[in-house]
Design a protein around this ligand. Structure first.
Ligand code: DAH
Length: 355
């Protein structure tokens, strides 16, 4: 075979082999077999000195051309190998950012109780253990249950004490207008009508006031009403039950004070205050800088109220109280803004979870 066709054969052999190489080291070996010291092309170049000048003129440039082509084929194969190595790495290490982070989210997430629910359950337990029942009542009431039966007739200035959301709606069959209950005292009326004395019950629930909101006021908040009716019930009984309640809730003696308070449905009426647990009495936004927080308005049930509930005040008497549950939650957990309670913010709520 002459040298020209041998060179052509070498080139096509290399083309065939290089296309199958998939490792850089193999590629270098292959290149050495053709262009190395005793490689196939090198051997031919070495033999040029033994051939005649005419043939050398033909073979010499072709040999160099083949050498260059082999070098070029090697380079492009190398580039191809490097590119596919990178592509493979990219696809192997691809991060699917739409996937959930297993370490974070695949754990089952526990729900928890709202701090108000926790306190409500605690109070319910305390009162259940003292023989009280738990009653409920509607949020939409009429002015009889919210006011009149509680000794607050239509023209009574005490109606202004509670800014009321009224419904623009026809009055009911007794001519009474509808409203969103402004206090849980409505359930006193419903309880008295439903029960025969003696009885004792509590009634937790949300109430509504058309008020400007700030750190200690919300338009929707929670109260817990209590009522006990029996024979010869006294203020000492009232104080006893209130102290039981507060000691159980705060798990310590809290400082309290009783002031006279006016509420049309009780006589005498009291304001039971506790020493502000946020600032320990030095003054903060929750206690409006006075160091005391009004927590528990209460009193002896007014005879007119007993009468509206169908109970003879000459035979029976009793006490009632209306606890502001949100204030109590704030005191217990050191929360300085009532608006957190309704925020629905899980970062807030989850702090109280018992799980
Ligand atoms: N209903 C009153 C209010 O929302 C609170 C209250 C005061 C309830 C005295 C009572 C009570 O039962 O005896 O302002």
């Amino acid at each position: 075979m002459n040298m020209v066709s041998k060179l052509k054969e070498i080139l096509s052999e290399y083309e065939g082999l290089v296309a199958k190489i998939d490792k850089e080291a193999d590629l270098m070996n292959l290149k050495a077999q053709f262009l190395g010291k005793s490689g196939k092309v090198t051997e031919i170049l070495k033999g040029l000195k033994d051939i005649g000048p005419d043939e050398r003129r033909e073979v010499g440039p072709l040999a160099n051309e083949v050498k260059e082509k082999i070098a070029h084929l090697t380079d492009s194969r190398l580039a191809h190998l490097e590119k596919s190595a990178i592509d493979k790495q990219l696809s192997d290490e691809r991060i699917d950012i739409t996937l959930r982070d297993k370490t974070k989210y695949d754990q089952p997430r526990h729900g928890g109780y709202h701090p108000r629910t926790l306190i409500q359950q605690e109070i319910e337990d305390v009162f259940l253990s003292m023989g009280f029942e738990i009653l409920d009542g509607p949020h939409i009431e009429d002015e009889f249950h919210n006011f009149e039966a509680l000794n607050i007739p239509g023209d009574h200035p005490a109606r202004d004490m509670q800014d009321t959301f009224w419904f623009h709606q026809e009055p009911n069959e007794h001519g009474k207008r509808h409203l969103l209950r402004t206090h849980t005292s409505t359930i006193q009326v419903r309880g008295m009508m439903a029960k025969k004395p003696p009885f004792r019950f509590i009634a937790p629930g949300i109430v509504f006031r058309c008020e400007r909101t700030d750190a200690s006021h919300e338009m929707v908040f929670t109260q817990l009403e209590g009522m006990m009716v029996g024979k010869d019930i006294s203020v000492s009984n009232l104080i006893y039950f209130m102290k039981q309640l507060l000691t159980q809730i705060f798990k310590k003696e809290v400082e309290v004070r009783l002031r006279p308070g006016f509420f049309p449905f009780v006589e005498p009426g009291f304001e039971l205050d506790i020493r502000c647990l946020i600032c320990n009495g030095s003054g903060c936004s929750v206690c409006k800088q006075v160091g005391w927080v009004e927590l528990l308005p209460c009193g002896m049930v007014h005879p007119n109220v007993l009468k509206s509930g169908g109970i003879d005040p000459n035979e029976w008497n009793g006490f009632a109280f209306g606890l502001g549950l949100d204030r109590l939650v704030m005191m217990k957990y050191g929360i300085d803004d009532i608006r957190h309670l309704q925020s629905g913010d899980l970062r807030f709520n989850s702090q109280f979870s018992t799980y």
